[in-house]
Design a binder for this molecule. Structure first.
Ligand code: NAP
Length: 271
């Protein structure tokens, strides 16, 4: 944990410049991440490191959200690129006030259709990257810092045809809640954000010639507003709609065999 709780570091006679207060948002070029950047730009911070692969989208976000936004173009499934955050943090020695692990990918398909590289890429992005970024950032965090890990309502139970994604999101949720308990004495809040369907490019609108319906669909702004509110209240989990609250309760009360059967019934026309 960072001992430098003051914003100035004194070395001998010299007083160095105040350390920058920053937020890091991964998946900043996508639907939910973009909204996190826009909202965090309103907080008292100096820079937002907006992470993604699509440099054009990140630059557009910078033009829109202001100079605070610093595009950081990296593929988080590339091990060297992921570890390069360590150098960036060492160079700049910022105070990391917010870390939002939001980048993620999902594909709904029978498990036999997933290749080994695809499985590796999905688990690297959805599980490994957030855990590594957290470990790199914690030394730069302080009392009052926040970590948000974007999980999903898919974390509440096993989800056939979204096996890999749901299991990865269960990892994110479990990891976050355990970390919250560990870091609470240091004043760092860790929140697992568990949205249901959100209106972003992640969702495939058409499947096997049929328009897909997404019950309880919400806009990203709603997910982000609730996530930031819940984090500030010190909550370890954020669920933004009544629909997802009911899903959460159902997953707690019903046997998983039954919730899986209900899910399979709901998606039968798309298989
Ligand atoms: N939409 C939903 O219904 C829903 C529901 C529950 C949870 N979630 C979760 O919400 C998070 C955000 O998803 P979204 O709905 O906003 O999806 P999205 O619009 O597709 O955004 C995904 C983001 O992830 C980034 N990304 C993908 N692969 C990457 C890689 N290899 N390295 C770095 N960044 C990468 C993308 O940026 P680049 O392409 O620029 O790299 C993009 O910014 C995800 O974790 C998702 O699982 C979404």
């Amino acid at each position: 944990m960072n001992n430098h709780t003051q914003s100035n570091i004194k070395t001998g006679d010299k007083t160095e410049a105040p350390r920058k207060r920053i937020a890091i948002v991964t998946g900043a070029s996508g639907g939910i991440g973009r909204v996190f950047v826009r909202e965090l730009a309103k907080e008292t911070i100096d820079e937002i490191w907006a992470v993604g692969r699509n440099s054009q989208r990140l630059s557009a976000l910078q033009n829109e959200a202001g100079v605070k936004v610093v595009p950081v173009c990296k593929d988080l499934t590339d091990h060297a690129a992921l570890l390069s955050f360590s150098d960036l943090l060492k160079e700049q020695a910022p105070r990391v006030l917010w870390l939002v692990n939001n980048a993620g990918i999902a594909r709904m398909a029978p498990s036999r259709e997933f290749s080994a590289p695809e499985i590796t890429q999905a688990t690297d992005l959805n599980c490994k990257a957030p855990a590594v970024l957290i470990s790199l950032c914690i030394p730069y965090m302080e009392k009052g810092s926040y970590i948000l890990n974007v999980s999903s309502a898919a974390a509440f139970q096993p989800v056939p045809y979204l096996n890999l994604y749901a299991a990865a999101k269960a990892f994110a949720r479990s990891y976050s809640r355990a970390l919250h308990a560990e870091l609470r004495p240091c004043g760092i809040t860790v929140t697992a954000v568990c949205p249901g369907w959100v209106d972003t490019d992640l969702l495939s609108r058409e499947r096997n010639g049929r328009i897909v319906r997404f019950p309880g669909l919400v806009i990203p702004e709603r997910v982000v507003a609730k996530a930031l509110k819940d984090a500030k209240r010190g909550r370890d989990m954020s669920v933004c709609s009544l629909y997802v609250k009911c899903q959460h309760l159902t997953a707690k009360l019903l046997p998983q065999r039954l919730t899986m059967r209900l899910w399979l019934h709901g998606i039968r026309s798309y298989l």
